[in-house]
Design a protein around this ligand. Sequence first.
Ligand code: SF4
Ligand code: SF4
Length: 408
Amino acid sequence: MDSDLKESIYITELSKCVRCGSCKAFCPTYDEDTTEAMGARGRLTLLWGLSTGQLKPSKILNARIFSCILCGACSGLCPPGVDITEAIYHGRSLLKNTDKKRLYLRLLTRFSTKRPKLSFRLLSMTQHILFPYLLKRGVLPFQPELPESPLKDGHQVYTVSKKKGRVAVFTGCIVNFLYPHLGESLINILQRLGYEVILPMGEVCCGVPLRTLGLEEEAIELAKKNIRIFSRLNVEAILSLCPTCTLAIKVEYPKLIGEGIGKAMDISSFLVDKIDSCHSPASLREAGQASLVTRHYSTATYHDPCHLNYGLGIKREPREIIKNIGIDLIETEGERCCGSGGLFSLSYREISEGLLEKRIEDFKKTGAETIITSCPGCVMQLSRGVKDTPVLHLIEILKEAYCKRSNK
Ligand code: SF4
Ligand code: SF4
């Protein structure tokens, strides 16, 4: 898409706003700070002012535009259908050169998305000195622990003896470099269901971290690479454990570069039917009750990741899987962002912590023995806030129950 067309789409989106304010109803940043510009309407008004020349970039204006979590809770509520997150992404790309606060974050994100393996090696070597230092300086909200090696190492094909189908996995950076065990669990389940699994060589970051910092050109480069790699695969579906990646490659790429990865799917939408067709809910439940999962966690609450819920509209499937395993699901009173938002939690610590605390209170009221979610970013954020309750990705629960059942 050429830049003039992109600019005209942007102006059209901004001009659709009738300032009704409906978008503020579930805005997490507005919930934390009721200043008008901490909600979608205020942010769009600022962007409109910028686009008409009535406003100029400034420290405070940039702070408001970059404080949006890009959770997407607002877009579905907008009567004229303004694509608020796209407008904010684009607005940030126009502001990036004046936004000095995130200068280092931009340099690091650019480098790590361009040279991910090297970045991983450097961080692995220095993590025991670097991470405690960054934690002490308040740069990191918690101390991550890197695994010995990433999930991917070149082109990987996991074969099966009686093949029912073929799928690919879009690994995503968090799973690849921080939580490879989640990817291993997914591969394991898919193989047990009879699927050959491909982890293609050449996958790059989905580009979302770059876009959140306004680095649209760099994100476009990555998007094109991913399209080249994944579009030539002869597979039934392209699965991801990270809803942010799925949303980006399926829904956001067409807006960014004119084409997306149509076969991209969240794991729960793919697995929910496959498991039902192989094993009745009753037999799976029976197996689940005999497994470690339900012995230790007979009750659970589910946290909806924003990009899965608002972005991809998936709520039913993960819940169905949890219930079928035999775990009693206790819903929280409302739904709320956990405050992660990827790099957001580094730039806006106070808001991120505030949202996390509120979400933890929601969980406490349920009395559930475990918290299940479908996003590695949410797992990371919630695990550092919830100390006395296990926080698990859906795939971990599923693998535990399903593999035990299969081994019987
Ligand atoms: S994307 Fe989320 S944080 Fe940003 S304006 Fe919309 S509701 Fe608020
Ligand atoms: S809901 Fe839509 S039209 Fe109403 S203020 Fe928000 S962005 Fe503007």
